[in-house]
Every structure is written in structure tokens, then in C-alpha cells.
Design a protein around this ligand. Structure first.
Ligand code: 4NP
Length: 152
């Protein structure tokens, strides 16, 4: 099983989702590959945002080693499940889909918590520190559900 987390810049939300899921997968000894990407290549090669790294570290998780990259069409071949953080990311991923199989791999991540509601993980980039903590709580819950319902 291979899972890709996708946001806009791949420096705030998706690296945290990536780090959280990877850490849970590793502690359970599951055979799952986890990665993340951004629909924009604007921050490619950068480390996660210092505010997201600090929030992760506050919870005992390091995402310092991750580097941003842009989502590419071949990610549809590489990954079984592709999680979008918001509907803009979702639509931008779907624009690159080549067929129904590609489209069937893409999900809004918060639909794991509230199925069918298409809720967004809010983009914390332009807000205060509280936004990063809120994102942490949402993604911690969503990745727990992914582990329990899809990977066990
Ligand atoms: P992310 O947050 O999509 O969660 O990585 C953002 C990062 C950068 C920008 C927007 C959102 N930006 O406009 O540069």
C-alpha cells in the first residue's frame, strides 16, 4: 500500500500528514509507503514551514527532513490512495487524472472523519500559531482513522 498526502505548497499541511502517518505506520510495523506533494511547485526543495515543524516537534514528531515537491501525473501510477487537504487541491489533482482509475484514488482527507462532507483542512500559512495546532489535531485524528480502517 502506498499513500500520498497532497496540499498546495507541500510545506504545511501535507508534510505534517505525511510525518504523522509515517510515524504511526512505523510504530505498528506496517508495510506502507507514505509520501507528500504539493499541487504547486512554488516551494519545491524547501523544508516544511518552521511553524509547522515547531508544532510537530511540540507533539514529539520531527518533520524536519522532508522536502517539498510538486505532484506529478506519474503519482497516479505510484500510489494507491491520494489524499487532498482541501477542495482546491482535490480539483487540481483531478485535472491531471487520465482515467477513472486515477480519479478513484483521490479523496478529501477529512472525509475519513466526516464522510461525504468534503470539509477542508484550513490552510494555516497566512494565519497565526493556533491554525497550526488546529491542523495538527485534524490530521492526527484523520491519520488514526486511516490506520484503523484502511491499513490494519
Ligand atoms: P500548504 O500551505 O499548502 O499547507 O503547504 C501553503 C504554503 C504556501 C502557500 C500557500 C499555502 N503559498 O501561497 O506560498
Amino acid at each position: 500500500m502506498k499513500i500520498l498526502m497532497v496540499c498546495l505548497g507541500n510545506i504545511c499541511r501535507s508534510p505534517l500528514a505525511d510525518g504523522l502517518l509515517k510515524s504511526k505506520v512505523e510504530s505498528l510495523g506496517l508495510n506502507v509507503v507514505v509520501d507528500s506533494a504539493g499541487t504547486s511547485g512554488h516551494h519545491s526543495g524547501e523544508s516544511p514551514d518552521p511553524r509547522m515543524r515547531a508544532t510537530a516537534k511540540h507533539h514529539g514528531l520531527s518533520i524536519d527532513h522532508l522536502r517539498a515537491r510538486q505532484f506529478v501525473t506519474s503519482d497516479f501510477d505510484e500510489f494507491d490512495l491520494i489524499y487532498a487537504m482541501d477542495s482546491s487541491n482535490f480539483n487540481n489533482i483531478l485535472k491531471l487524472a487520465r482515467n477513472d482509475e486515477d480519479r478513484s484514488k483521490v479523496m478529501m482527507i477529512l472525509n475519513e472523519i466526516t464522510p461525504g462532507l468534503n470539509k477542508a483542512v484550513p490552510d494555516p500559512y497566512y494565519g497565526g500559531d493556533q491554525g497550526f495546532e488546529e491542523v495538527y489535531k485534524m490530521l492526527d485524528e484523520a491519520t488514526d482513522i486511516i490506520i484503523n480502517t484502511r491499513l490494519k
